[in-house]
Design a binder for this molecule. Structure first.
Ligand SMILES: NC(=O)c1ccc[n+]([C@@H]2O[C@H](COP(=O)([O-])OP(=O)(O)OC[C@H]3O[C@@H](n4cnc5c(N)ncnc54)[C@H](OP(=O)(O)O)[C@@H]3O)[C@@H](O)[C@H]2O)c1
Length: 410
C-alpha cells in the first residue's frame, strides 16, 4: 500500500464526507487510529454536518460544492479552504495524499478519479458512476498502475492487481474481490451478485404502481442514502452493479449472475470452473467493505458488528423477477450496448429517482423513463465517449429526463 515514507501513515482524501458512505468512512478511519490520516475533505451542501466533521478531524484542506457556505465555515487552525471549481481534482492529486476515497454520488468524481489514478494514487470507490459511466476510462489507468508494479516488484506483489488501485467499496464487489484473492479470472465460471430484493420483493405487480417514496425508502436490511435505496427497490442497483462487475473483474456479461438473497448475509460469490463456490459473508454493514478497501492487503480489527452463524435461522435465495422489476433488464440491455448506453442509464436513473421522490413519476415509471432515455441516447454517437463527451452526455440526458413524459408519469 502507498504510505508516506516519513510518517508510516496512509494519507486520505475523502470526497463526500457528509453522506451515508462518507460518515461511515470517517467512523472506520477513526477506529483505525494512527495508521491513517485524513488530509483533505470534500462535501456538497450540508455545511452544518461538514463543519462538525472538520472540527473533529482537523484536515489540511476542505471544500464544499456550496461555495458561499464554505466561506462562512469556521475552520480549525491549519485547515485551508479551497473554493475553486477544481478543488476535487486538486485534493485527489495532492502530493500528501496516498489514497482517495470516493463517497460522492453522480459523475462529479469521475474527473478526480481519473486524475488520481494518473498521478499514482490509490482510489477506493463506493461511487457507481465512476465505473458505470467511465469504466472504459478508469480501468486502463488502474491496469497501467498494476502493470508497473508487476514489472518492478513481480506479479505476486499485492499492488500488482488493478483492484489494488481501483478498490471497490460496494459490498457485493468487495465480496467478489475478497473471494478472488489468490485466484485467477481464468478459473472463474461466473460471478454471483446477491440482491436483497428490496422492500417490494413480494409485492404483486399491480400494487407497485401505487407504492410511495416512503414505502420505497424503508429498506428492510440496509440503511443507505436515498438514491441507492430507491435503486435497490427497483433492482436498478443490481443492474448498475452488473456493469461495475464487468469492468472491475474484466468479465463478460454472460458470466455475471444475479441471485436474490433477502437476508444480505452472503454479500456475493464466485463459482469456479471446478464447480467450487466461494462466498463472502458478514452482517449488512458498509464499514467492513470500507475498511477492507482502506487496509488491503491487510485485515485489521474492526468496529463493525460480528456475524454469528449459529444465530442465523435461514438463508433464502431466488431468481430476480424482471417482469415486476424491469430495471434489471433495462440495465443489462444498456450494458450490452456499451459505455455510451450505460452512461445514459445512470444519468437517467438519477433523474428518474429524483422524479419518483418528488412525485412526478410513479414507481414503474422509473424503469420506463430510464429505458426510454437509453433508447433515445444510447445508440447515437460514439459508443465509448471520452471524458468531456461523457460529461456532456450526462448533462444532455439529465435535461431530457427532467421533462420527458413516459407512460407512468404520476
Ligand atoms: N450508502 C450506501 O450504503 C452505499 C452502498 C454502496 C454503494 N453506494 C454508492 O456510494 C455513493 C454514495 O452513496 P451515499 O448513499 O453515501 O450517498 P449520499 O448519502 O447521498 O452522499 C453523497 C455525498 O456526496 C456529497 N456531494 C454531493 N455533491 C458533491 C460535490 N459537488 N462535491 C463534493 N461532494 C458532493 C454529498 O454532500 P452533501 O450531503 O453535503 O450535499 C454527500 O456527502 C453512491 O454512488 C452510491 O450508489 C452507497
Amino acid at each position: 500500500m502507498a504510505r508516506s515514507a516519513e510518517r508510516g501513515r496512509t494519507r486520505v482524501a475523502l470526497l463526500g464526507t457528509t453522506g451515508s458512505i462518507g460518515r461511515q468512512a470517517l467512523d472506520v478511519l477513526a477506529g483505525l487510529g494512527d495508521a491513517f490520516e485524513v488530509v483533505a475533505m470534500a462535501a456538497g451542501r450540508d455545511a452544518e454536518r461538514f463543519a462538525a466533521q472538520v472540527a473533529a478531524v482537523r484536515p489540511r484542506a476542505v471544500t464544499l460544492a456550496d461555495h458561499d457556505a464554505l466561506t462562512r465555515l469556521e475552520l480549525p487552525a491549519g485547515t485551508v479552504a479551497d473554493g475553486s471549481d477544481e478543488a476535487l481534482v486538486a485534493f485527489a492529486t495532492r502530493d500528501d495524499v496516498d489514497l482517495v476515497l470516493v463517497a460522492t454520488g453522480g459523475v462529479i468524481s469521475l474527473r478526480p478519479v481519473l486524475a488520481a489514478l494518473a498521478a499514482g494514487k490509490i482510489v477506493a470507490t463506493a461511487n457507481k458512476e465512476t465505473l458505470v459511466a467511465g469504466g472504459h476510462l478508469v480501468m486502463p489507468l488502474a491496469r497501467a498502475r498494476s502493470a508497473e508494479v508487476a514489472t518492478r516488484a513481480g506479479a505476486g506483489d499485492p499492488m500488482a492487481s488493478p483492484l489494488a488501485w481501483l478498490r471497490p467499496i460496494d459490498s457485493e464487489h468487495s465480496a467478489i474481490w475478497q473471494c478472488l484473492v489468490g485466484e485467477s479470472m481464468a478459473d472463474v465460471a461466473r460471478l454471483i451478485l446477491t440482491a436483497s430484493g428490496g422492500p417490494f420483493r413480494n409485492l404483486p405487480a399491480e400494487r407497485l404502481v401505487s407504492v410511495t417514496p416512503a414505502d420505497a425508502l424503508a429498506h428492510p436490511v440496509w440503511r443507505m442514502g436515498a438514491k441507492v435505496t430507491i435503486d435497490s427497490a427497483t433492482l436498478m442497483n443490481k443492474g448498475l452493479e452488473v456493469v461495475e462487475a464487468r469492468w472491475l473483474y474484466d468479465c463478460d456479461y454472460d458470466r455475471i449472475d444475479v441471485v436474490v438473497h433477502p437476508q444480505s448475509v452472503i454479500h456475493s460469490a464466485v463459482e469456479f470452473v471446478d464447480g467450487s463456490v466461494k462466498a463472502q459473508l458478514g452482517l449488512p454493514d458498509m464499514r467492513l467493505p470500507i475498511q477492507y478497501a482502506l487496509t488491503y492487503p491487510r485485515r485489521l480489527s474492526s468496529r463493525a458488528p460480528r456475524l454469528s452463524l449459529a444465530d442465523l435461522s435461514a438463508l433464502e435465495f431466488g431468481r430476480p423477477d424482471v417482469e415486476r422489476f424491469p430495471a434489471l433488464r433495462v440495465a443489462r440491455e444498456a450494458a450490452l450496448q456499451g459505455p455510451r448506453a450505460t452512461a445514459t442509464l445512470i444519468a437517467a436513473d438519477e433523474v428518474a429517482v429524483r422524479r419518483f421522490l418528488d412525485g412526478s413519476l410513479d414507481f414503474p415509471g422509473v424503469a420506463r423513463l430510464v429505458g426510454a432515455a437509453v433508447e433515445h441516447f444510447g445508440a447515437a454517437g460514439d459508443r465509448e465517449p471520452g471524458l468531456e463527451a461523457l460529461l456532456e452526455l450526462d448533462l444532455e440526458v439529465r435535461t431530457w429526463c427532467a421533462t420527458a413524459s413516459v407512460a407512468g408519469a404520476a
